[in-house]
Each structure stands twice: as structure tokens, then as C-alpha cells.
Design a protein around this ligand. Structure first.
Ligand code: HEM
Length: 133
């Protein structure tokens, strides 16, 4: 059972980030390529960045879904995990959610507390567990 405070803390951080920095897209992909430089080449055909923007949007949508309905979010993650297997992204799938937290937390440094970190950790742990057995 998800605590109300978890929902409130994650929501607050997303709203604060959006109000002060807008879209996390550019920072998130910078961090993804810093994590593994080979990842940039995977998007070579994505010349208008549409796929990458969709991937960022989907990531944020899954988080929003989780705050309302964790089981529905888990189902979306299971599907997205599978669609990444052809790209060779399996164990690193969860990295993009981690990166999203890192980017949001950096942009929220004025309000970020250990409780925000703990709320995100609970969510990311649930996301990691969302897989076919
Ligand atoms: C939070 C976890 C992730 C989510 C929710 C996610 C979501 C998505 C979605 C929805 C698409 C399809 C975009 C479209 O068809 O318009 C996509 C494509 C893609 N994602 Fe992710 N993704 C995640 C993690 C990752 C990671 C860690 C990588 C590592 C590089 C990655 C690499 C790719 C690639 C290569 C494509 C396809 C691009 C192409 O076909 O040119 N994804 N992702």
C-alpha cells in the first residue's frame, strides 16, 4: 500500500522541477549518454528526436500513472521492458528511471529532503520489480 506522503513528495518534486526548469528531456539524455556513450548511437535513426521525446514523455507518464494506480504502471513497465530487448537494453532499462530521479532531484535541490529521496526509492524499487517472472 502506497503512503499518501510518497505520492505528495514525488508530485511536489515533479511540479517544482516543471515550474523552475520545464522539461527534463535535455538533462536526462545528457545523463544517459554520460552513463554509457554507446547509447547515443542507438538513436542514430531518430534524427528529429521524436523517439527520444516520446521515451521521456512515456517515462513521466508511467510515473504519473504509478501515483494513481501502481498496478497499471507496472503493466506499462513490463511492456516497455519487452520492447527494449531488441535494442539490447535489459538490465539497464531501469537506468533511465534512476536518471530521471537524479535530474529531478538536482533541479529541486532547494526543496529536496531525505523523504523525497525515500519516496523516489520506493517507486524505483517497485519499477524494478515490475517484470515477468
Ligand atoms: C524508463 C525506462 C524507459 C522507458 C519508459 C522507455 C520508453 C521508451 C519508449 C516509449 C520508446 C518508443 C518510442 C517510440 O516508438 O516513439 C522507447 C524507444 C527506445 N528506447 Fe527507451 N525507455 C526506457 C529506457 C531506455 C534506456 C535505458 C535506453 C538506453 C539507451 C533506451 C533506449 C531506447 C531506444 C534505442 C529506443 C528506440 C529508438 C529507435 O527505435 O530509434 N530506453 N523507449
Amino acid at each position: 500500500m502506497m503512503q499518501k506522503s510518497t505520492i505528495a513528495l514525488i508530485t511536489q518534486s515533479l511540479e517544482y522541477f516543471a515550474a523552475h526548469h520545464g522539461d527534463p528531456y535535455a538533462r536526462a539524455y545528457q545523463a544517459l549518454y554520460a552513463h554509457d556513450a554507446a547509447y547515443e548511437a542507438l538513436f542514430v535513426l531518430d534524427s528529429d528526436e521524436g523517439l527520444r521525446r516520446n521515451m521521456m514523455r512515456t517515462t513521466l507518464e508511467i510515473i504519473a500513472t504509478y501515483l494513481d494506480d501502481p498496478d497499471a504502471a507496472a503493466n506499462r513497465i513490463i511492456g516497455a521492458r519487452m520492447s527494449h530487448i531488441p535494442y539490447g537494453i535489459e538490465t539497464d532499462f531501469d537506468v533511465f528511471f534512476e536518471i530521471t530521479r537524479t535530474v529531478i532531484s538536482a533541479g529541486c535541490s532547494d526543496i529536496w529532503t531525505p523523504d523525497h529521496h525515500a519516496a523516489w526509492t520506493q517507486m524505483l524499487t517497485d519499477f524494478k520489480a515490475a517484470r515477468l517472472a
